[in-house]
Ligand binder design. Structure first.
Ligand code: NAP
Length: 269
């Protein structure tokens, strides 16, 4: 299977860094307006970096450019496209009908994916929505391609992908911010920066692993840490009084609004 990766930035590297470079059945072609980035990814995948799309015959085209770059580059993909080619897109907010409109007129097989950066350490969350013509075999190929990069979750409604984007796509950034908040507090109490950062990272890493291995409810797990009138209870009560949940929900809602704006800006018209 020939896989053409268009846009070899952060997310393409993260997603493909655990996938099957060197597999005899997969031929990777990497293209980026910065040839060094394409070369880097190609050498990792034992593939080829290309400086032009001309003459390529991909079975899969993986679009990993920023949404705002898609409009200008979409026309260069059209000569490579046929109804057999499967288009994978990880562009946030760009709906399948908008991709179809830019790459049509023939009805295409399009899969929208929302991966996240932990794919780089084989712990990604990879959510996908397949358009109507995508076959069981296409879905199996996708799962096979990314099964080493994390957990793969199919969706049957495209809207759900937009709701999930501010949580799983963006989520790693919030946890980095949390690590930063933990660490800055420790540093404000005189604990050296390196130790503060190590403690913050290990607390988040260990808690994630503990959470993923447990069969208890979130509430029960919280209770295992927070005894009545103890330290944790004091902190949690203070956060609850500030209505932390409402604050997060409002922030996610703003993220969603941005997703919908992107959908409108890059709509089918
Ligand atoms: N980063 C994340 O955590 C994340 C998570 C989920 C989904 N996504 C989605 O993934 C996509 C890529 O994000 P990213 O963070 O990987 O961005 P990125 O690091 O900027 O990678 C995009 C790459 O595409 C290149 N490019 C721009 N125009 C091009 C063109 N016409 N032809 C070929 N290559 C071109 C960019 O070059 P320049 O740098 O010169 O522009 C850059 O190297 C976005 O659509 C985003 O919505 C990202």
């Amino acid at each position: 299977m020939n896989i053409l990766i268009v846009g070899c930035g952060v997310m393409a590297h993260a997603l493909f860094s655990s996938s099957q470079g060197g597999s005899p059945n997969l031929n990777f072609f990497c293209y980026d307006i910065i040839p060094d980035k394409a070369q880097q990814l190609a050498s990792f995948l034992n593939g080829q970096s290309v400086t032009s799309l001309e003459g390529l015959s991909p079975h899969v085209i993986f679009i990993a450019v920023k949404p705002q770059d898609f409009r200008s580059m979409a026309s260069s993909l059209i000569p490579l496209i046929s109804p057999q080619v499967v288009i994978y897109s990880i562009m946030a907010g760009i709906k399948t009908d908008a991709i179809q409109a830019k790459l049509g007129p023939e009805k295409l097989k399009i899969i929208r994916l929302m991966p996240n950066t932990p794919c780089a350490v084989k712990e990604g969350t990879i959510i996908y929505y397949p358009s109507e013509l995508v076959t069981q075999e296409d879905k199996a190929n996708l799962t096979n391609l990314f099964k080493e990069s994390g957990k793969v979750f199919p969706l049957d409604k495209e809207d759900q992908l937009d709701f999930i984007t501010p949580i799983s796509g963006s989520g790693p950034a919030y946890l980095v911010e949390l690590a930063n908040i933990f660490s800055s507090f420790l540093q404000s109490k005189g604990i050296p920066q390196e130790l503060s950062e190590q403690i913050s990272v290990q607390t988040i890493y260990g808690s994630g692993k503990w959470l993923s291995k447990s069969s208890f409810s979130f509430q029960k797990l919280k209770e295992q840490v927070a005894s009545k009138q103890g330290v944790t209870g004091e902190v949690l009560t203070s956060l609850e009084q500030a209505d932390m949940e409402k604050l997060w929900h409002e922030a996610f809602q703003k993220g969603l609004r941005r997703t919908f704006q992107l959908s409108e800006e890059f709509g089918p018209s």
